[in-house]
Design a protein around this ligand. Sequence first.
Ligand code: NFS
Length: 653
Amino acid sequence: MEKNDERLLPMVSDLTTCESTQQMLEKARKDGITTAWDRAVDMKPCPIGVESACCKMCHMGPCRLNAKRPYDKVGVCGATIDTIMARNFARMVASGTAAHSDHGLAILELFRDVAAGQINDYTIKDPIKLEELCNSLGISTEGLNVQGMAQALYDELIKTYTQLNGEIPFVRRAPEKTLELWRKHGLVPRSAPKEVMEMMSRTHMGCDQHYENITKQISRTALADGWGGSMIATELSDVMFGTPSPVLADVDMGVLKENMVNIIVHGHEPNLFESMLATVNDPFYVNIAKEKGAAGINLVGMCCSGAEMMSRHGIPHAGNFGSTEAVLVTGAVDAMAVDIQCIKQGLAEVAKCYDTHLITTNPRCMIEGALHIEFHEHHPRACTDEIVTKAIARFATRTKPVVIPKKSTKGVHGFTYEYINYMLGGSFRGGFAPLNDNIINGRIRGVAGVVGCVNPRVKQDSVHVALVKELIKNDVLVLQTGCSQISLAKNGMLTPEAAHLAGPGLREVCEAVGMPPILGLGSCVDNTRILIAATAMVKQGGLGNTIADLPAAGAAPEWMSEKAIAIGQYFVMSGVYTVFGVSFPIVKNTKFHDLLFNGLEKQGFGKWGHSTDPIEMAHMMIDHIDKKRKALNIDKARERTLVDMADRRQIQE
Ligand code: NFS
């Protein structure tokens, strides 16, 4: 601890392992600026709320139960700890699902208007993927041109939002046995709004008060996120803006340039960012910037839309959720344009202190103290042109000293299901057979998705990095998205050279294919790429009949948002053992906890896990992978492979 003003503040090196963020937090303290890190010190988590042992669903309370003796008390209405926790969990899932599905709907409506020729600023960049998506849903494309296919796909996918009965379309892409299991338990979502509405209605005071029944609706709602809203967002963004393929990109605050107009886009919907890209490449604006003495305009991303644009276009990325206030402390940001989700209100105050324009663009997300310039898809450039004009003006009149951390790290990003298919099999015999073969023969022990937020309650990036290193060391291939991917990228781990940190089997495969042991897939909605890749592994054969049979696991070790809980639940219900870090918002030794952590697995789904220690977390996942290998009867192959490797090394020596 060090003395700072009258308060005792932790050393910045105890808060984050990100050196750039450390440097900026030091500067913020000197400048008298408060960030989320300081507020997290002041604001101790409520010991009752942190485990969801309180209820404010009505005004007879709020009721607080005792998390240490959870069955000693009930709420005024008689609600038990299991009802209270299930309802709280349900509302987190409803909110997370709503956020992703709202994003998906915005993309779907944009897709409709672009396909109909009503918007000329965007196009259909990947007609092959458009056709593949139609095929995956059984839509006949015979005789249809691009516009016809797009119309047919829209007509099908809009059911994700309009249906009151039936099944959302994308569940048809799931493995047959997984879909059967969902149907058997009555979990196939009808539509995202229907499930979210029912979730909110069921959790109203005096309604659903059986934790098992609430959990069914939790699961159906979460599946509407993963196989509905999120999947639509990813797939149609690919169709309109291009399906990513591996691209080299720089990550960390060193991507800011003192002699350029720096513009950061931070948020989740790629349409704002795509339009910003068009504006900053417009010679008209580049010339104005140069006339004002800048070397050019430097467009940089943060958080999820940043990860998405990095994957698609190699746009540099300044950092993850933990660093969004810190980056403004550089004084180098001439404008930060935000859209929706994961945008801290605290940004407004920090931006004000450094004369940075903080600009909200979406009617769903305004911030007191920020400038609002609304973005309209039908004439997107009006908004982004105005933002760039303001940024250039701020550059020309910079008054604050500029201090930019020097560090930035190159890595390979932009992997997708489509590219993995191609990478492993080549263009003539693309497929998942080589991946499955390498899992079956044991070179690759299994696959893990490590995703999600960073959270000022844990040392930024530290758990992500230690967990992923331990996984690859044990021959587990890691797939990443979102803030987690940025944590590893800053540490130089998204490169083929990182294979030297992998176990012998995984290293051999990576070296043969020339791929990193950690594949970056993009933003949080792009977690659906993991669902599609897992499905392809099942359909390829040899690794069981459902996603739950795969030697696979998932983790969100530094989670903080409701979206993360929704994602966790849809992975669990798709069949994946999913381990969360930080704290888990459920009291242990309760029936609801047991259902999430054990009961769901007995029904054939995945299950939840929790640990704050990255090494323990890794081994919980590895043990699960080994359990699945044993069930598939491929555990012996791995032992043989490892003996082979050791023998081979001995011979070489
Ligand atoms: Ni996803 Fe968390 Fe936010 Fe993206 Fe980052 S905090 S759940 S990773 S930016 S959505």
